[in-house]
Design a protein around this ligand. Structure first.
Ligand SMILES: [Zn+2]
Length: 424
């Protein structure tokens, strides 16, 4: 991979210093009388509910022959060593990655990260992890239990992980985001969109995810793919395929950033063309899945909202996004959804991104099936989804309410104690 720009004509989604459409517009405080009972949300069901209940994925299990079966992901090293069975339904390893043979891509990434690489695949993503030994990142009890199924000889007290073990932890996290996305969009068992309209389902695609153990490797890869100093959690496209670059160097923040980036990449893979959904909805869904992935007390540390947006410096520094949005709504400065549909991903301000994440959690919390229908309805309109009024029309068909009423319900919920109190 020597021919840099020539071989990697990558579209990068950087945040520009363009304020959201309709900023400066003052909205009157939410009026409870205008919100129907079924839109009055308590707590934060989108964060607390167990979404996989409708389509459970069994945890990895070790058979009598010592091999592990997993329907969530496949590990190349474990398959080749006979440590993973190829059960029916196990994802298939890709023969190419980042547009070239998997072996060539791995050699290139190993040089960049100065560490060995490990290849994994889920239904809709290929993951190349480039890492040497590092301190064991914080993980949930369930994550640790699944990791120990793969590595029964791990010491009782986990002080460090090698690259292969880190790869399994992050493949597990990628599969969790994929399962959440499938539940949010009611995808079919193969992980594809169910057709709803004249455009039919978008072509089957996947996203390529490159995860380094150290910041240096990720920075080098991002400089290679993206413009220098690009904000790389937003990811990009290469040869029409979504690409994610991430690192695992800062524990829980890295986990959340990884979830956000993978949710964006996976939604691009599943929903097809960029124009198939207004960008604020894609970003909003990625923030909602990020919030489900893990809790981090200081959200400004996560880096999933773009830095250096001058008009939005306060928003980018907000440690608690829910609290920031409460202040925004109280001041009557929340943006208008139909107007936001006209903004490109580059044109979304930090506050619009936060607002989109909160609104998506609200819409999912009110009714997940209606949210999936809302996305299918908009996706079926192709490029027409990103037009003024498209969201209102889709809201009326999916939620039987106008965008204005949904906005009233969201502001009532987001300005109250509900979301933050339940999530933190
Ligand atoms: Zn393995």
């Amino acid at each position: 991979m020597k021919s840099r720009v020539a071989s990697f004509a990558l579209t990068v989604f950087m945040a520009a210093a363009v304020p959201a459409a309709a900023q400066g517009h003052r909205t009157p405080p939410p009026d409870p009388a205008k919100v129907p009972a079924e839109l009055k949300l308590a707590g934060d069901p989108a964060l607390s509910a167990e979404w996989s209940a409708s389509r459970p994925v069994p945890p990895p299990s070790r058979g009598p022959d010592g091999a592990v079966g997993s329907l969530s992901y496949v590990c190349r090293a474990c398959r080749e060593a006979g440590h993973q069975r190829a059960d029916a339904g196990t994802p298939v390893l890709p023969s190419e990655f980042l547009g070239r043979g998997a072996a060539g891509a791995a050699a290139w990434a190993e040089r960049l990260g100065d560490a060995p690489s490990f290849l994994f695949a889920t239904k809709k993503a290929a993951l190349l992890v480039v890492a040497a030994d590092l301190a064991a990142p914080p993980m949930s009890a369930a994550e640790e239990a699944r990791l120990r199924t793969w590595f029964p000889k791990l010491p009782k007290k986990l002080a460090k992980l090698d690259g292969h073990q880190l790869g399994h932890l992050y493949a597990d996290r990628l599969a969790a985001v994929e399962a959440d996305l499938a539940a949010a969009l009611e995808l079919d068992p193969a992980g594809d969109m169910v057709a709803a309209g004249p455009y039919g389902p978008p072509p089957a695609a996947r996203t390529d995810v490159l995860l380094f153990g150290a910041v240096r490797g990720a920075r080098a890869a991002a400089d290679f793919f993206f413009d220098v100093d690009a904000w790389f959690p937003g990811g990009g496209l290469f040869g029409g395929r979504p690409v994610v670059v991430a690192h695992a160097a800062d524990g829980a923040a890295a986990h959340r950033r990884f979830a956000f980036s993978c949710a964006l990449g996976l939604s691009r893979a599943v929903l097809g063309a960029e124009g198939a959904l207004p960008p604020w909805m894609r970003v909003g869904l990625a923030h909602a899945l990020e919030a489900r992935a893990c809790d981090v007390a200081d959200e400004s540390a996560v880096g999933t909202t773009p830095p250096d947006v001058v008009a939005d410096a306060k928003a980018a520094d907000a440690a608690d996004r829910d609290a920031y949005l409460r202040t925004l709504i109280d001041a009557g400065h929340s943006g208008q959804w139909n107007a936001l549909c006209l903004a490109s991903e580059n044109g979304l301000s930090t506050r619009s991104r936060m607002q989109a994440g909160s609104f998506t959690r609200y819409l999912l919390g009110v009714d997940r099936a209606r949210y999936a229908l809302l996305v299918r309805t908009l996706a079926s309109r192709g490029a027409g989804a990103a037009k003024d009024g498209a969201f209102d029309a889709a809201a009326k068909s999916a939620y039987r309410e106008s965008a204005a009423v949904l906005d009233e319900g969201w502001r009532l919920w987001a300005s109250g104690p509900g979301p933050g109190a339940a999530a933190k």
